[in-house]
Design a protein around this ligand. Sequence first.
Ligand SMILES: [Fe+2]
Ligand SMILES: [Fe+2]
Length: 475
Amino acid sequence: MNIETYKSYRGLPTLAGLATIAEAAKPGLSVEAVVARHKRYHYAFVRLHEIFTARITAEPVYELKTGFSHHAYLCAEHVQALRNRVAEMREPPLGLEDVPHEGLGVFFDEILAAPTTEALLVGLYEEALPALDRALERHLADTNPLVDAPSIRLIRFARMELSDMIDFGRQCIECLVADKTHHELSGWITMLRQSLAVAGELDGASPATAEMPTRQFSKKPFVYDRVPRRDERFQDLWNQGVNAESFIYNADLPAKPKVLMMLYKRLREIDVPEMMASIIVETKGKPWEYYRDMSRQLWDEARHAMMGEVGFVALGVDWTTARITHNWSYRLNTECTPIERHAVLYFIEQGLMTKTGKRYEWELGVESGIPLAATFQDYDWADEVLHAQLGRLWYIPQIGEWKEALAYGDKCWTRILSNWHAVRDQGLTKHENWWPLVYQQACAAWNNPPNAQALAFSETYEGQRADLKTVASSG
Ligand SMILES: [Fe+2]
Ligand SMILES: [Fe+2]
């Protein structure tokens, strides 16, 4: 019997479905070689996570802001999986923080520092992610399918998500990057490819060719921009003319308009990724689990905003009529340190765990008879319970005990005084009451006359903390 004539029992699939005997009889890569490649994939995912996160806040286009929030999280998960795998391979996960090759360092520095959204999209989705995918594809071809099965498994998961990310990026480039702009980037693209070639490609498995190219965009080190920006659909960014929490907690008002106001609050949560990105970028030296968990929460908050978007569209209401403000993220990002921002976030999210928090919002959704609202709030609540746990894990120990940590969050939040008069006096907003227009659109779609009291609502945030002390505005 030999490899050609060997037969499994009654022709059953061989090797637990991993491969044929012939495929598994090729030696493949050594443990050392696989660890070396994993360290490079790991580095690539770490840098991609860094780039996606660092570009969330100042990216104006909402679809990209939420897309980057998603992709940062996916990269964080793949970093974690690779760290776990390296630790299984006779090596403590040492050297994972090193730059595996200077060429790779330059490659990712350049994309991080891309001066325009167009260059960023091209660098990420046409160069970096495909280069990583090629490396993973080559791993599958080079390694032994039996002995390295645990690596193969995580690589297959990674490639599935890389393929989705690349698809998303291609569509964004088609929509946003004109041929002329793309052409103008060709010198830079060549330079990016050279920096990979110097490193023997992303995995280091090719012979190193080319000379180290000169840096272009990363000549000056990248500086994170913590000022949130929005696209032109977001108008009147300082408006505090409609007190959404007062409305939702007013016992005299009916559930349906309250659900509409709640969807507004969801969409307004786009300020949370803008703010959390600044904490992640500006907090160094934590275990990877910290970045993974924070990125998960950031992504959840982006999804909460998208729930608001979907809800508005499903109800036939133009959300751009509402004022999706950036007051909260702007002020936290420009007036607080990262730990103060985290403290405020924890303080707010802790408030959501009470009877009047997320449970109440879900009950409203059920009561309203709008099934979509009930579904959204059900998951929103579950996400927030997770966030409170993550706060206990990562925020509280930085301050001390739970009570102290909560008081510190309260104190930081109190320090941000209301700017209601200041922004009005500076002519930044008139605090216009946008609510009747939004509510009337929904009533028209429902074919219901408006409730007179709900329509006449005109409480503003004047003289109030945006969270009404116990009722959260964000998170
Ligand atoms: Fe949250
Ligand atoms: Fe949220």
